[in-house]
Design a protein around this ligand. Structure first.
Ligand SMILES: [Zn+2]
Ligand SMILES: [Zn+2]
Length: 222
């Protein structure tokens, strides 16, 4: 019996690919419709997770075009007959090389064309849920973050990690852009916001502002 004590959004993290990327199943508890954020690979495990939670997948969301985050997305979308939303079109060049990158990383990768490219300020829906899209370039130029304000939850991909930040030594990576994305776009969401990073354990923005060696307040101020 659903009552007011049931949170509107639930999430389950399923690490996938040899790079242990945190694919996240998010779902609307009222409709039991859900989405995978960054279905990078291990598609049978992902489908099993959705079945285990009784969730019907209605779309696939993508934070950025790296192989561990979306190598399997085009394949899964075809299998499930669902659309792909994201990332920002500036990651088009990464998605175009998923087949080659897959061969190099030992991950099944396939280039795809999203049904919807995303931009800063867009909204995406999952069941009755509405998440904000925040364009956070730096790790890749077209990286987006998904934020569900009522749950104080953000899915940040490879922008920010517990105790670290995303690499910026890839093509079109930009360190200054990344720092600006984190401090100018993520911090204003509030310190109590919990985030799922692309790899490793969850954290909160307050924790990172206090202790992250790259973007803590005292590091930025120095
Ligand atoms: Zn990445
Ligand atoms: Zn990654």
């Amino acid at each position: 019996m659903i009552n007011d004590a049931t949170p509107p959004l639930k999430a389950a993290i399923v690490p996938v690919t040899p790079l242990q990327q945190n694919c996240t199943l998010i779902w609307c508890t009222r409709t039991m419709k859900g989405a995978f954020v960054d279905a990078g690979g291990d598609l049978e495990r992902l489908k099993a997770a959705a079945a285990q939670h009784g969730v019907t997948i209605e779309k696939l969301l993508v934070t950025h075009g790296h192989i561990d985050h979306c190598g399997g997305t085009g394949i899964l979308a075809e299998q499930l007959g669902v659309p792909i939303e994201g990332p920002h079109p500036d990651d088009r060049f990464w998605i175009a090389r998923l087949d080659d990158d897959g061969r190099n990383y030992g991950i099944e990768g396939r280039a795809f064309e999203p049904d919807r490219w995303l931009d800063d300020g867009d909204k995406v829906t999952v069941g009755d849920l509405e998440l904000d899209v925040i364009h956070c370039p730096g790790h890749t130029p077209g990286h987006v973050v998904f934020h569900h304000a009522p749950s104080k939850l953000a899915l940040v991909g490879d922008v920010l990690f517990q105790g670290s930040i995303g690499r910026t030594d890839f093509p079109k990576g930009n360190h200054a852009d990344l720092i600006a994305s984190i401090t100018g776009k993520l911090w204003p969401l509030g310190g109590a916001t919990a985030f799922v990073p692309g790899h490793g354990p969850m954290s909160t923005f307050a924790h990172e502002r206090a202790s992250n060696p790259f973007v803590a307040d005292r590091v930025i101020a120095a």
